[in-house]
Write a protein that binds this ligand. Structure first.
Ligand code: FE2
Ligand code: FE2
Length: 165
């Protein structure tokens, strides 16, 4: 594939992914304003945009074996936690943008946690331990096996945790 096509796929992917989240936010607003049918339309088109994003993504990246994928995911989380987010945080502090500082801090902390969970999963690949994960819908922290009373990353109550099997 040509570099230009790869670049275009990347741009299209970002546009579709943004549209997905934008439309879900629009659907929530429509629900709040009492337009359930419009909310359904936004959710339906959000799903359609996610199909486009998935199709573009499939042309951009290869999916390896599970062991390779765990290693790659561990490396990516380590990079964003140790390099990328600290730099974004430095710039957010310089710009004195409190909301960006909050978002980047919570994400960086959560990424470190994600890296730990990948490392554990790599060491346990052949074990038969089964667990349930709990994800904070406010900050992206992930707990293994126990729903926390209070989020250790953002102090949200346990109701904001979603169970993922
Ligand atoms: Fe992560
Ligand atoms: Fe949280």
């Amino acid at each position: 594939m040509s570099d230009k096509t790869m670049e275009n796929l990347g741009q299209a992917f970002v546009g579709e992914a943004k549209a997905y989240f934008r439309l879900l936010a629009f659907a929530n607003r429509a629900e709040e304003e009492g337009y359930p049918q419009v909310a359904s339309l936004f959710r339906a088109i959000a799903m359609a945009e996610s199909v486009h994003a998935k199709n573009h993504f499939a042309l951009m990246e290869r999916v390896g074996t599970t062991e390779e994928n765990l290693k790659l995911s561990f490396e990516k989380e380590t990079f964003v936690n140790e390099v990328a987010y600290p730099e974004l945080l430095r710039q957010a502090w310089a710009a004195e943008n409190k909301q960006a500082i909050w978002a980047f801090t919570k994400a960086r902390n959560a990424e470190e946690r994600h890296a730990k969970l990948y490392k554990l999963a790599l060491s346990e690949m052949v074990s038969d331990r089964r667990t349930v994960y709990y994800v904070c819908s406010n900050c992206g922290w992930v707990e293994d096996g126990v729903r926390p009373e209070i989020c250790p990353n953002c102090q949200s109550p346990s109701e904001l945790y979603r169970e993922v099997k």
